[in-house]
Design a protein around this ligand. Structure first.
Ligand code: SDX
Length: 431
C-alpha cells in the first residue's frame, strides 16, 4: 500500500475535481506517482521521450545523474571496474548477487561451453554483401538464433529463460567476430575453451590460420573493462525496446535483435563510431580548428553535435567516461601510442568544451562513448565494429531486464497518444 499520496486538482470545463494518486518510494532515487487512475477520468499523461516517466520497477541498476553515480545491484561501477570481471558482472546482473567460488566456476563454464554457434549459422553470412555493416549482420543473425533453440524457449519457465540468457551472452562475441571476419574476407575462427571471455573475443577477431595469434594481456584487460562499462544502464532506449518487445511474449532472440536495432542509432550506441568520425573530421588539435567545431555544435541552426557529449540522465560526468579515460591512457601508453593524435584532439576538445558556457549551462559532459572508440581503434578494431562491441556487452543488461520483467508481474507495453490529426470526415474521392 502506498505510504504517500499526491492530490491532483482538476479544473476542467468549470468543474473542479480532486484525485489522490499513490506515491511509491524506491530504495533510492525519486519517488514515483502512480497515474493509472487518470484513465478512469478519461485522461492520459503526456511525456514525449519519457523524460519523467518510470516504465517499470527494477533492482538491477541505479543511476544518479546529478551526482554522476552508477551502481549495479548496489555495487559502484568504479569498484566493479577495478576489482571484478565481465563474466562475474554478468552473474551479478542476471542473478542479483556476486557469485561464490563454486557458483562462479559453474557459471563461467556454462558460458564457455555455449560460445559455439550451430554450423548452419555460417550460411546466414553468405547472404550478406561483404561490405554489409556488421550491425546489420548482427541484427539478422541474432534474430535468426530463434530458429535453432526451440528446446528451451518457454519464456514462462525460469530455467528456459536462464539458458537463453547464457546462450546469448556466450554467442554474441562469436557472432560479432564472425561479422568482422566476413567483412574482411578472412575465415571464421571457432572459439577456444582455454581462453577467457575477453581473450576469446580478441582471438576470434584477430587470429588467422597463417600464424600463431599472440594475446596481448593489456588489450585483453582493456577489452574486459570496456565490456564491463557498457554492460547495463537501466532503462535506456535499447533496454526499453527489449522490455517492450518482451512484454508481447516475443522470444528472447527476437527481443535482443530489437535491442541491437535500437542501439545502432548515433544518439545512442552508435555514438562511439560517430566520435571517431568526428575526431577524424576535426583532424588537428589546433585551438582555432577545435573552436570551429565547438561553435558549430553550439549553433542552433546547425544540426551538428559533439558526439560523445551529453546524456539524457547525467547532468554531471558519466562515471563510465572517467574509468574509460583512465583505461585509454593505460592502453595507449602500454601500446606506445600515448601521442595518438585523436587522443590529443579528444582531450583538447573536452578541455575547451568543459570551459564553454554553452556546455556548462546545459550540463553537457563526456559520456561513455567519448573515449571508448580511441581505445578500440588503438587495439586494431575498425570503427564499424564499435557499436557491435557495445551490443556484445549490453546483451547481458538487455537479457537481465528481460528476465527480471518476466519474473515479475508485467503488462503488455502499449503507450497512448495525444491525437492531433483530422476530426472525422466522410470519404469523397479526389481522383
Ligand atoms: C548512450 O540512456 C542511456 O543510458 C544511454 C547510454 C547507455 O549506456 O545506454 O548511456 C549510452 O546513448 C550515451 C549517449 C551517446 N550519444 C551521444 O554522444 C550523441 C551526442 N549527444 C546528444 O545527441 C544528446 O546529448 C543525447 C541524445 C545523448 C541526450 O539528449 P537529450 O537528453 O534529448 O537532450 P537534448 O537533445 O534536449 O539537448 C538539451 C540541449 C539542447 O540545446 P537547447 O535546445 O537547450 O539550446 O543540449 C544540447 C541540445 O542542442 N545538446 C548538445 C549536445 N547534446 C545536447 N549540443 C551539442 N552537442 C551535444 N552533444
Amino acid at each position: 500500500m502506498a505510504k504517500k499520496t499526491a492530490t491532483l486538482t482538476l479544473n476542467i470545463d468549470d468543474e473542479t475535481k480532486c484525485m489522490d494518486l499513490p506515491i511509491y518510494s524506491g530504495t533510492v532515487g525519486p519517488d514515483v506517482i502512480d497515474v493509472g487512475s487518470l484513465l478512469s477520468e478519461g485522461l492520459f499523461t503526456y511525456d514525449p521521450g519519457f523524460m519523467a516517466t518510470s516504465a517499470c520497477r527494477s533492482s538491477i541498476t541505479y543511476i544518479d545523474g546529478g551526482k554522476g553515480t552508477l551502481m549495479h545491484r548496489g555495487y559502484p561501477i568504479e569498484q566493479l571496474a577495478q576489482k571484478s570481471s565481465f563474466v562475474e558482472l554478468c552473474y551479478l546482473l542476471l542473478f542479483g548477487e556476486l557469485p561464490d567460488g563454486q557458483q562462479y566456476t559453474h557459471f563461467e563454464s556454462r558460458i564457455r561451453n555455449h560460445t559455439m554457434v550451430h554450423d548452419q549459422i555460417n550460411n546466414f553470412f553468405k547472404g550478406f554483401r561483404r561490405d554489409a555493416h556488421p550491425m546489420s549482420i548482427l541484427c539478422g543473425v541474432v534474430g535468426g538464433l530463434a530458429a535453432f533453440y526451440h528446446d528451451h524457449m518457454d519464456i514462462t519457465v525460469k530455467e528456459d529463460r536462464e539458458i537463453s540468457a547464457i546462450r546469448l551472452i556466450a554467442k554474441m562475441p562469436t557472432i560479432a567476430a564472425m561479422s568482422y571476419k566476413y567483412n574482411i574476407g578472412q575465415p571464421f575462427n571457432y572459439p577456444r575453451n582455454d581462453l577467457s571471455y575477453s581473450e576469446n573475443f580478441l582471438y576470434m577477431m584477430f587470429s588467422n590460420p597463417c600464424e600463431e595469434y599472440k594475446l596481448n594481456p593489456v588489450c585483453a584487460k582493456a577489452m574486459d573493462r570496456i565490456f564491463m562499462l557498457h554492460a547495463d544502464h537501466e532503462q535506456n532506449a535499447s533496454t526499453s525496446t527489449v522490455r517492450m518487445a518482451g512484454s508481447t511474449g516475443a522470444n528472447p532472440f527476437a527481443c535482443i535483435s530489437a535491442g541491437i536495432a535500437a542501439l545502432w542509432g548515433p544518439a545512442h550506441g552508435g555514438a562511439n563510431e560517430a566520435v571517431l568520425k568526428m575526431l577524424d573530421e576535426i583532424g588537428d588539435a589546433s585551438e582555432e580548428n577545435i573552436q570551429h567545431f565547438i561553435d558549430r555544435a553550439k549553433d542552433k541552426n546547425d544540426p551538428y553535435r559533439l558526439m560523445g557529449f551529453g546524456h539524457r540522465v547525467y547532468s554531471s560526468f558519466d562515471p563510465r567516461a572517467r574509468v574509460m579515460k583512465e583505461t585509454c591512457d593505460e592502453v595507449l601508453t602500454e601500446l606506445g601510442m600515448a601521442d595518438e593524435p585523436q587522443l590529443k584532439i579528444a582531450k583538447r576538445l573536452e578541455q575547451i568544451a568543459l570551459e564553454d558556457d554553452y556546455f556548462i549551462e546545459r550540463k553537457l559532459y563526456p559520456n561513455v562513448d567519448f573515449y571508448s572508440g580511441i581505445i578500440l581503434k588503438a587495439m586494431g578494431i575498425p570503427t564499424n565494429m564499435f557499436t557491435v562491441i557495445f551490443a556484445v556487452s549490453r546483451t547481458v543488461g538487455w537479457i537481465s531486464h528481460w528476465h527480471e520483467m518476466l519474473s515479475d508481474s508485467y503488462k503488455l507495453g502499449r503507450p497512448r497518444q495525444l491525437y492531433v490529426g483530422s476530426s472525422q470526415r466522410d470519404y469523397r474521392s479526389k481522383k
